[in-house]
Design a protein around this ligand. Structure first.
Ligand code: CAA
Length: 282
């Protein structure tokens, strides 16, 4: 099946970035979220980021306009029945994704691949919720999606070679670099990244150094573009906590215990950049 129309569930940070790159690469996108205001916020972000690309001469004003025209924002999930490929980028909670995958399996045509942008939840488990486990796969983008080259392509236990090859090719068409990873908690990216961020939080909590000092160490000593606490704020502290819990539950090793400071900050609603306060004030 030729993929022309793509469905994206979730207009948040990752979903709007994914819609952006598909539309910029010429695909029609049905962007679905539960409330009109989430769609409006997502479209405003896409417009701002396309403008950034125009300012940097990466795309023309006409390409920006044509990308925006390709995105159809909807609150009615039934509209995804038209799509040739669907990617879910909703909240990182298994119960939320369970409901979505069951519904997508009912809605989508039988040959349609259902992908998840999950950053840590088992693709094998998501696939088992559907009657098409061979057509379920992980397609994990990185924030900011228009900029970051990587797509982790995650095979669930039942994912077919045909599904894998289609999604790998799709990533290349989006000018991304796919990397093949098998299904395991946190895949590769978050299995390695999140314990680093979590450990940086312990260093702050224990008074080893300030957030600023920890970040300087990583920026100047390891040439990271952002220090770990700036990065945690950028990803969202709630997302970091959800991922640490997936690692803790899935791998069972106490080294994945979420930092108590992270838990407290999420309880306080200090979620990082998106809420105006995290390790830094925005
Ligand atoms: N959309 C489009 N373009 C964007 C953009 C966006 N949202 N954000 C930045 N850019 C562009 C800028 O226009 C700029 O373009 P040029 O190179 O042509 O000048 C370029 O990206 C660099 O941006 P800036 O100059 O504004 O700022 P910077 O040099 O500080 O880079 C950054 C910003 C790209 C975000 C950089 O700090 C970075 O790479 N940070 C690390 C990001 C990272 O680690 N992401 C992964 C997070 S983990 C994840 O996403 C997965 C998960 O499961 C949790």
């Amino acid at each position: 099946m030729q993929i022309q129309q793509v469905g994206v569930i979730g207009a948040g940070t990752m979903g709007n970035g994914i819609a952006h790159v598909f539309a910029r690469s010429g695909y029609s996108v049905v962007l679905c979220d539960v409330e009109q205001r989430f769609l409006e916020r997502g479209l405003a972000t896409i417009t701002k980021n396309l403008e950034r690309e125009v300012a940097k001469n990466k795309i023309t004003t006409e390409e920006k306009a044509s990308a925006l025209k390709k995105i159809d924002p909807v609150t009615d999930r039934a509209r995804l029945a038209e799509c040739d490929f669907i990617i879910e980028a909703a909240t990182e909670k298994f119960e939320v994704k369970t409901e979505i995958f069951r519904d997508l399996d009912r809605l989508a045509r039988s040959g349609v691949i259902l992908a998840s942008n999950t950053s840590s939840i088992s693709i094998t488990k998501l696939a088992a919720l559907t009657k098409r486990p061979e057509k379920v796969i992980g397609m994990h983008f990185f924030n900011p999606v228009p900029v970051m080259k990587l797509v982790e392509v995650i095979r669930g236990l039942a994912t077919s070679q045909e599904t894998f090859a289609t999604v790998r090719e799709l990533a290349v068409k989006l000018a991304k670099t796919p990397v093949e990873v098998n299904d395991a908690p946190g895949f590769v990216s978050n299995r390695v990244l999140m314990p680093l961020l979590n450990e940086a939080m312990y260093a702050v909590m224990e008074g080893v150094a300030t957030a600023e000092a920890v970040d300087e160490v990583f920026k100047l000593g390891m040439a990271h573009p952002m220090g770990p606490l700036t990065l945690a704020d950028f990803i969202g502290l709630d997302v970091c906590l959800d991922i640490m819990r997936v690692l803790q539950d899935g791998l069972g090793d106490p080294k994945y215990r979420p930092c108590p400071l992270l838990i407290r900050m999420v309880d306080a609603g200090w979620l990082g950049r998106k809420s105006g306060r995290g390790f830094y004030q925005y």
